[in-house]
Write a protein that binds this ligand. Structure first.
Ligand code: NDP
Ligand code: MG
Length: 381
């Protein structure tokens, strides 16, 4: 039995992870649950799954969680320190990182240093500090198992293959809800329109990133580090049905793809059960429901955020960290109606120009760059 610490259990990935665990009670147990502020759901989850430890990072809710769980054998902690302690506890076998944004970076690093297996949904961790995180994982002999569906697909396609024989990978993108809109229409879209994703049901931040194609940019950077590829080895292809989750092309021209319904419980289950496969208890793919799978190139003119992310990756150093921070601020502002769709792009571009560039960075530099970029981006909003 694997004992799992779920960081961000109240979010979209966190809740689906608990569904997977509920379906496989012999294989997995919940050891730690954490959330930022949704104390009501956290209490419900804790009462049902009885983890050893629960952490709420927003201190103002700590007493409520403590009181609600007082009759149960559960240790309740508050704040960042409690979170870091919980993920490194002796009884934790695997940390499933499903927090959103830069906040995932430090707990993931702590978990890696403590030798925990990592199931990684929090892509921002690799966008900000991919070189550092993958190096630490290799030094500590820790697997970084992708939860992101595209990366899970590539990981599965690479099974049994030689790294030197990989020519390139194709990361598929649904194209988001605005795939067919022209620039004039895109200038007017609101966050309500953006939150209606055609194929995936996800948290607010990644849904906005999907609408702007920033999510694909983040995923290219994530793939670059997870699979140790050069940037010219990664291509993005729009595939609106979200059935082909990504592909690998080998040096002989052969392509391998991984397919399945757009259901995050599949890559979550695979990351948790790896290197085994367990019986999936969710709906399975039916070919006659999908007689037509289509592919098209992304449009860099209507969706400039993808190109911005690729350029930040090419420049390297702390550029992706600055871009990520500016994007987090821009998405927050878009979600509260303080920015338009292309306003997000402008904020990111202006922040990239103004923030301090460092060609080489370690954890403390990333923390400082994140802080500086957030403050610059906020001033432009
Ligand atoms: P949600 O917004 O639905 O959930 C985020 C979770 O993280 C919540 O539990 C939230 O707690 C917690 N959280 C947020 N901020 C903090 C913080 N500062 N400190 C501690 N905890 C925090 O996000 P998703 O589940 O959609 O996404 C999670 C990650 O997985 C993201 O990095 C995303 O890119 C990635 N991902 C998601 C996919 C999806 O289908 N949803 C697919 C592939 C990757 P609270 O509820 O209390 O606010
Ligand atoms: Mg994805």
């Amino acid at each position: 039995m694997k004992r799992i610490a779920i960081l961000g259990s109240t979010g979209s990935i966190g809740r689906q992870t608990l569904e997977v665990i509920a379906n496989h009670p012999v294989d997995f147990a919940v050891e730690v649950l954490t959330a930022r502020s949704n104390y009501k759901l956290l209490i419900e989850q804790a009462a049902r799954f009885l983890p050893a430890t629960v952490v709420i990072t927003d201190h103002s809710h700590l007493e409520k969680v403590k009181t609600a769980l007082s009759g149960l054998p559960i240790t309740v902690g508050g704040g960042q320190e409690a979170l870091e302690q919980a993920v490194t506890g002796d009884r934790v076998d695997m940390v499933l990182a499903a927090m959103v944004g830069f906040a995932g970076l430090i707990p993931v690093i702590q978990a890696i240093k403590a030798g925990k297996q990592i199931a990684l949904a929090n892509k921002e961790t690799l966008v900000v500090a991919g070189e550092l995180v993958t190096r630490l994982a290799s030094e500590n002999k820790v697997d970084l198992l992708p939860v992101d569906s595209e990366h899970s697909a590539i990981f599965q396609c690479l099974m049994g293959e030689q790294h030197a024989e990989v020519d390139k990978i194709y990361i598929t993108a649904s194209g988001g809800p605005f795939r067919n809109l022209d620039i004039k229409a895109l200038e007017k879209v609101t966050f309500h329109d953006a939150l209606k994703h055609p194929t995936w049901n996800m948290g607010a931040k990644i849904t906005i990133d999907s609408a702007s194609l920033m999510n694909k940019g983040l995923e290219v950077i994530e793939a670059r580090w997870l699979f140790n590829l050069r940037h010219e080895q990664i291509d993005v292809i729009v595939h609106p049905q979200s059935i082909v989750h990504s592909l690998v092309q080998f040096c002989d021209g052969s392509l391998k793809a991984q397919l399945g319904l757009p259901d995050m419980r599949l890559p979550i289950l695979y990351a948790m059960s790896y290197p085994q496969r367990l019986n999936g208890l969710f709906p399975k793919f039916n070919f006659t429901d999908y007689p037509c799978l289509t592919f098209e190139a992304p449009d860099p003119v209507r969706f400039p955020n993808l190109a911005i992310a690729l350029e930040a990756m090419r420049i390297g150093g702390n550029m992706p960290c600055i871009m990520n921070a500016a994007n987090e601020i821009a998405v927050e502002a878009f979600l509260s109606d303080r920015l338009g769709f292309y306003g997000m792009t402008k904020i990111i571009e202006k922040t990239l120009q103004k923030a301090t560039f460092l060609p080489v960075a370690g954890l403390s530099e990333y923390i400082e760059s994140d802080r500086e970029a957030r403050s610059i981006a906020s001033s432009f909003v």
